[in-house]
Design a protein around this ligand. Structure first.
Ligand SMILES: [Fe+2]
Length: 271
């Protein structure tokens, strides 16, 4: 059984490419690589309906299970007709969304997923929490501060998502786990520092609230996104993967199919 994973497609952020180009190239690459289950680690688009529509179309084209967790961008509110909490509820009830619904592959393996949330712990400790909470640095504003309206502060939300993930892990605690989050859960995946602005903005990249989950459950693979680096790391029995497609300006080539193929990771688990 071959599992494929990719993240941060941002299908609405490329003026030169239609959504269909994302759909067609990802479908082609996943088929060529013989993927049996495709995982999407969030940040599909800035609009929840477009994000979910993409998952549905991908699933239809591929005819394999396509499972996802929403990223922070997928919770952005388009206007004041809906809140981020309502968008969360919308995702949580979709069958392809992993939140609250571990996916059991077989007797030995299950997939657990959540967006997770950032807890500010990866910022340089010269910054006070009150300053980070405002999300402004060097004239830039962390856009979730503007586009997301959770009625919960970030650090509480991070703890809350870790607790929800723990509940899901307990449902499949006898199995090896593929964990998927959008937010980074390992310190070696944040933006390398010293960095002019990410000494500050790393606050919004990752969380330490998942540390204990790695200790207490048999997590073998950890897939995450958000940081737009493509990287794999083996640490303490866990293979961590960040398979971000990222924005067009971050690509090495002009060829979307090549970029999809480079970003997509796959691994084989025993059936
Ligand atoms: Fe993100």
């Amino acid at each position: 059984m071959k599992i494929g994973a990719i993240s941060d497609l941002h299908i609405d952020r490329n003026p030169k490419l239609e959504v269909q180009a994302y759909l067609a190239s990802l479908t082609k690459v996943a088929m060529k690589r013989d993927i049996d289950i495709l995982l999407i680690a969030g940040d599909i688009s800035n609009h929840f309906q477009e994000s979910y529509q993409f998952i549905r179309e991908l699933q239809y084209k591929l005819s394999i299970p396509v499972l996802f967790v929403p990223g922070n961008h997928d919770y952005w509110v388009p206007d004041n007709s809906i809140t981020s909490e309502e968008i969360y509820e919308f995702y949580a009830k979709q069958p392809e969304c992993l939140i609250g619904k571990p996916y059991i592959i077989n007797n030995d393996w299950a997939i657990v997923g959540h967006t997770a949330w950032y807890d500010y712990s990866y910022a340089d400790n010269k910054f006070e929490i009150e300053r980070i909470e405002r999300g402004k640095y060097y004239g830039a504003t962390w856009q979730d501060k503007v586009k997301i309206d959770w009625q919960m502060d970030d650090r509480t939300l991070s703890q809350f998502t870790a607790k929800q993930t723990k509940n899901d892990l307990e449902k499949v605690s006898d199995k090896n786990i593929i964990l998927m989050t959008h937010i980074v859960t390992h310190p070696q995946f944040v933006v390398p520092t010293p960095h002019r602005i990410f000494d500050f903005f790393n606050a919004f990249i990752g969380t330490r609230d998942f540390d204990s989950l790695y200790k207490n459950f048999s997590i073998k693979y950890s897939i995450m996104g958000h940081v737009h680096f493509r990287k794999t790391l083996f640490d303490n029995g866990v293979t961590y993967m960040c398979p971000c497609l990222g924005y067009r300006r971050e690509w090495r080539t002009d060829n979307i199919e090549e970029e999809m193929n480079h970003a997509l990771v796959d691994f084989v688990i025993e059936e």
